[in-house]
Every structure is written in structure tokens, then in C-alpha cells.
Write a protein that binds this ligand. Structure first.
Ligand SMILES: *Cc1c(COP(=O)(O)O)cnc(C)c1O
Length: 472
């Protein structure tokens, strides 16, 4: 039997790319008409899908039929304009083009020598993030698969810098509103859950700074080594922004590393009028960003910035006999010397191409629009009878609950839960809730680049109708 050729002819490759592009673009064009959630009760379907690897290949078209007609619709329409649940992602088209280029050209960007100009594009993209966040020259960064991995690398830097090999006594501080990835990241970095202090938040869902200092003193007195604080620039539950400036002061006074989780909120720093809310972010030792949220990229791109780039390098640099030595380590960026991965995709290209094609001004305007939409949505929803706002939008997320005279907390929780479900069941917008400070809260997060004023109209209308149902 002859060995099959895995390469396709140029004509076949063009035809297949055309077929994929046609489906993908049709899919995007139909987004506004798609239900906000497909039928995700899919246990039977998933069981029926299990199969051994096929012995012989099939043509592309029937596989695309399956994907686009059967599987893709069985999901939350998280790319749709009405997606106001969790923290919305994005999926801008330039990023998909960049991924296609990165995957077809498949150059090696793990080490600088193998593709210096391509790595420079990635370094540029990291420098743009640095500038937008007000970080100084000397900052180095890393593109990661998401915010969780950025936080992991941030805590790792802090641990290396402050604890050396004595890691068991090290203590990390955060609030009970921090994203659960903080605890996971700490554990990955060798800091076990009994050394992570999740302090109860204040009435505005923020990390309490006085309690922070008291907890640090207690741990020091007990012979432990406080070394890092992880604060939130926009929590997932209510969008709360910790008092970053006060925490930066406390960290400076106590000699602790300050990591800021900006996975949801940091890109609002692009907007001049929101910068006071995030004041202090520019003083962080390290910062988690999620371009797949605030820059509207498809899933798969987080980023870490470390103010003292040498600390990031120190945590990851390594040599091997089979790797070329970097000629100018201070001047040029070498991804594998700043992160845990060696071979990897080329995440910088999707950031670079998106910013080059849109320009920073378009990003600023889009982020400002999301905030304005959230303010408008909150204003109109707060006017509905029986709605209490628990957290107004500091950025583009707000939280609320249903209330009426004489109701118990359990009754209000049940009503708020029902309100979220009934609103989403109407099919135009999807919203989800969260429990914070002992209460179930409804929440709205505006962050999809496809969300505009008409989705806010739909949201207010559908919440209003669902509210009548819940009350009736
Ligand atoms: C999304 C999010 C994370 C986790 O980021 P991933 O990209 O999902 O890994 C962490 N913190 C906050 C505040 C988030 O919104």
C-alpha cells in the first residue's frame, strides 16, 4: 500500500478554506437571529457522540454540516449580542484571521532566534498593553491561554522574589470576592489553601484594607511569611473594584507583592473617565489581563504584566544544550524565558492584528460604549418596581435583587433566581446570578463588542416582563 500524502493541493486548500469561511461568516451574520442559548440539555447527544478514531478519512463538507448544524447550536450563544451573562467574551474577526495565518505558517515563536520579527510583533503587543495600563519601561509580560494562567504566573513571580525556597510559610491575601482562579493559582504555585486568606469583603464587596493589615500582623506574629496580596480590578460577582491605591500603599509599607486581577476590568483603564475608579492599578507589581474579555478576542488569550521584568525572567529562565543562546537578552523579548512553555502557538499575532486593524481609538470607544450601556441598563432596571440595586456599575457590571415588603431573604433569593431564568428563557438576552454576602444577586455584565442599545432595550423589556411573572 502506498503512503498517503497528508498535503493537499493548492486548489483543494483554497476550496476548503472557502468552504470554512462561508460557513463561519454565515454563522456570524445569523447571530442576532440565533436564540441566546441553544438546547444544552445534551447528555443523550453526548453519549451518542462517543466513537473510536475513524480508520479512514472523510471529506470536509459533511463534517462541517455536523459542526455547524448539530453541535455549535447546542451551546450558550456566548458570541451573540444579547449575551450579558458571566463575563462575556468576544470573537473579533481579525483574530480568527490571525489564528489561520499563525496555524498555516506555523513558525516557531517559543525562542527569539527562530522567528525574531514575529516575536517582536508579540513584544510590541505586550508593550501596548503595558502602555495602556500605565506600567513603566522595564515591564515584561507574557501571553497565556487565559486569566487563570496569568494569575498563576504572577503569584509564582511573587513567591520566587519573596520566599525563595522557604515557600511553606508564605501567605497570600485576597478577598472572599476574588475569582476562584486565585486559589487554584496559589496552589499551582505551591501555596496551599491553608496559606491563602480570603478576607470577608466590605459592604461594597471590596477587600477591607484595615482587616488586611491586621491579618498580616497576625500571621507575622505566628511566625508566617506574608508575601503577596491579590486584589481585584472588577470582581466577577458584582464588578467591585478593590481600593487599589490603598492596597498598593499597604503592600509598599509591609513589603508585599501586589498582584491585581484585572481579567474582567483592567481594559477600562483605556477610558480616561474611568481611570479614577482603577487608580492604583498602575502601581501593581503584576497584573492579570484577559484580552479574550476586554479586547473582545476569541477565547484563548490572557496576559500577564510584571512591573519588574527581571522578576518574570528570573522565575522562568533556563538554558539547555540544544537551545541557541539569546544574543541581547536585555533588549529583545524571548517568550520561553518569560513563561513556563517552550513550544506553543503564536498568541501575540491575534492581539497584534486586531489592534493594527482597529486602532486603539476604536477599542477605547467600544469599551466606553459598554460602560455607557451598563449605566443606562442599571438606571432603567433600578426604576422597575421591586428592584433593589446592590452594586451599581463601577465598570460595566451591576448586581441587584428582587424585594418586596415582608419578604424573607429566602423568598427574595428564589424570586431573583426565577427572574434571571425567566428573562433568559425569553430568548433575547442571557443573564446569570451569583451569591455574594449571603444573598443571591441578579447581575448584568455588558462586555460583548456586539452588544448595543437595542439589546439593552430588550434586556429592560424582558426583565420587566419576567418581573411581572415572578410577582404574579
Ligand atoms: C474570567 C476571570 C478570571 C479567569 O480568567 P480565565 O481567562 O477564564 O482563565 C479571573 N478573574 C476574573 C475577575 C475573571 O473575570
Amino acid at each position: 500500500m502506498s503512503v498517503p500524502d497528508l498535503e493537499f493541493s493548492p486548489a483543494d486548500m483554497r476550496a476548503m478554506a472557502d468552504a470554512v469561511a462561508r460557513r463561519a461568516v454565515d454563522h456570524l451574520a445569523s447571530l442576532p437571529a440565533q436564540p441566546i442559548s441553544g438546547d444544552v440539555r445534551a447528555e443523550a447527544l453526548c453519549r451518542a457522540m462517543r466513537e473510536p478514531a475513524p480508520e479512514h478519512g472523510r471529506p470536509l463538507e459533511p463534517l462541517l454540516d455536523q459542526l455547524f448544524e448539530e453541535y455549535i447550536p447546542r451551546s450558550f450563544t456566548s458570541v451573540g449580542p444579547g449575551y450579558l451573562a458571566y463575563i462575556p467574551g468576544g470573537g473579533v474577526y481579525p483574530a480568527a484571521l490571525a489564528d489561520f495565518i499563525a496555524d498555516t505558517t506555523n513558525r516557531y515563536t517559543g525562542v527569539w532566534q527562530a522567528a525574531p520579527a514575529l516575536v517582536q510583533l508579540e513584544a510590541n503587543a505586550l508593550d501596548w498593553l503595558r502602555d495602556w495600563m500605565g506600567f513603566p519601561n522595564g515591564t515584561r509580560g507574557l501571553f497565556t491561554p487565559g486569566g487563570s494562567m496569568a494569575t498563576f504566573n504572577g503569584i509564582l513571580c511573587a513567591r520566587e522574589r519573596h520566599l525563595g525556597v522557604d515557600i511553606r510559610r508564605g501567605v497570600v491575601y485576597t478577598s472572599d470576592q476574588a475569582h476562584h482562579s486565585v486559589l487554584k493559582s496559589a496552589k499551582l504555585a505551591g501555596i496551599m489553601p491553608d496559606r491563602v486568606r480570603a478576607l470577608p469583603c466590605d459592604a461594597a464587596f471590596r477587600l477591607p484594607v484595615d482587616e488586611l493589615r491586621a491579618a498580616i500582623a497576625r500571621d507575622r506574629a505566628a511566625g508566617l511569611l506574608p508575601f503577596a496580596v491579590v486584589s481585584s480590578a472588577g470582581t466577577t460577582n458584582t464588578g467591585a473594584v478593590d481600593r487599589l491605591e490603598a492596597i498598593a500603599d499597604a503592600c509598599a509599607a509591609e513589603g508585599l507583592w501586589h498582584h491585581v486581577d484585572g481579567a474582567y476590568g483592567a481594559f477600562f483603564n483605556l477610558c480616561e473617565d474611568v481611570r479614577p475608579v482603577l487608580k492604583g492599578i498602575e502601581r501593581a507589581d503584576s497584573l492579570t489581563l484577559d484580552p479574550h474579555k476586554g479586547m473582545f478576542l476569541p477565547y484563548g488569550t490572557g496576559a500577564l504584566l510584571v512591573r519588574d521584568g527581571a522578576a518574570l525572567r528570573a522565575a522562568h529562565e533556563a538554558t539547555a544544550d540544544y537551545l541557541p543562546a539569546m544574543p541581547h537578552p536585555d533588549e529583545f523579548y524571548d517568550p520561553s524565558q518569560h513563561g513556563p512553555e517552550l513550544s506553543r502557538g503564536f498568541p501575540g499575532l491575534r492581539v497584534w492584528l486586531s489592534v493594527k486593524m482597529y486602532g486603539a481609538a476604536a477599542y477605547r470607544a467600544a469599551i466606553a460604549e459598554k460602560r455607557a450601556l451598563a449605566l443606562e441598563a442599571c438606571r432603567r432596571i433600578s426604576a422597575l418596581r421591586g428592584i433593589v440595586i446592590d452594586a451599581p456599575p463601577e465598570l460595566s457590571l451591576f448586581a441587584f435583587h428582587v424585594s418586596w415588603p415582608g419578604a424573607t431573604l429566602a423568598e427574595e433569593d428564589a424570586a431573583t433566581r426565577a427572574l434571571m431564568e425567566r428573562t433568559t428563557a425569553r430568548g433575547r438576552v442571557m443573564i446569570t446570578g451569583a451569591v455574594a454576602r449571603g444573598r443571591y444577586l441578579g447581575r448584568v455584565c455588558v462586555l460583548s463588542f456586539r452588544t448595543h442599545a437595542r439589546q439593552i432595550d430588550a434586556l429592560v423589556e424582558d426583565v420587566g416582563k419576567a418581573l411581572e411573572d415572578v410577582r404574579g
